[in-house]
Design a protein around this ligand. Sequence first.
Ligand code: KG4
Ligand code: ZN
Length: 334
Amino acid sequence: MKDIYILGIESSCDETSFSIVKNGVEEIATVISSQIDIHKDYGGVVPEIASRAHVNNITFVLEECLNKAKMTMDDIDMIAVCEGPGLVGSLLVGLEAAKTLSWIYKKPLIPVHHIAGHIYANNLVKRLSFPLLALIISGGHTELILMEKDYSFKKLGGTLDDALGECYDKVGKVLEVDYPAGPKVDLLAHQGKDTYMLPMPLNDGSYNFSFSGLKSAVINLAYHEKQLGHTINKEDLATSFQNIVVNTLLKKTVRAMEEYNIKNFIMAGGVSANLGIREKFEELCKSRNILYTFPEIRYCTDNAAMIAAAGYYAYLDGKKADYTLNAKSVLELK
Ligand code: KG4
Ligand code: ZN
């Protein structure tokens, strides 16, 4: 079969990224322009600022990606673009770029779901095998997804309120660390002891998650300690918080692994960069003889390599878009 080079485009939140991936497995070149420094002062992503930054960056990032790959648009076979879910204004910038390139260079346009992208970041490390269980933990999602084959997704459960990354960012505010707080909370958690009593969130028989109660518990605890004139031990609070998170994730994941006779476990999304979470899931998979893959740390957060990789399997699955393709803030993964 002829090699297929896919140009991936990701702009759903605050990263403008282009990547070229061969046959869904081999990364040729990736460029990511992050806006973290722009949004830092606001403690989160400001949608209007994000779309403007995408407009400013997009042509430069494309040019840099092609230069890095030593390729031209003539070498590209198709264009995969993230259609959602995400911030509409941000998505539109990537989509317009994709449609324009597709029209000028006469290349097929492949729509990719953002979470499918996160999942296929793992395919760049090791080819996915099935039945597969994916734990998606990011700034916008907390989901358990079952895959019986490529590009086939069944959602077993998801968050009823805050996404895990959001919860990390809010807890980070209490611990007075900069946005995005996840990596710093993880670091603090490795330096403390589990001393604070926090509630186990949604400890039920479903595959759903709920982290807003845990978030509020951390905020309230810090408030009460302050009222009492006590200083909180940041390391210990981070450890106590992260332990509850890990135990909640493990509990539901183990049950899904047993129910669906899982052979391959993967994690995806920004929070899957968390070393504490990785350590525990690695132990779990080893003890149960389940194959596992975690994305490269740099590809846990948003990037276009994951979109280009997923785009290959979306294409094999017959997904193709025309120029009416539009941005979707909410989009079911199926
Ligand atoms: O996947 P992502 O880039 O954005 C969405 O698509 O939602 O994830 C960003 C989130 C942020 O909330 C950030 O704090 C979190 O991922 N994050 C982490 C770590 N690295 C990034 N959370 C916990 N531990 C980490 N090491
Ligand atoms: Zn993401």
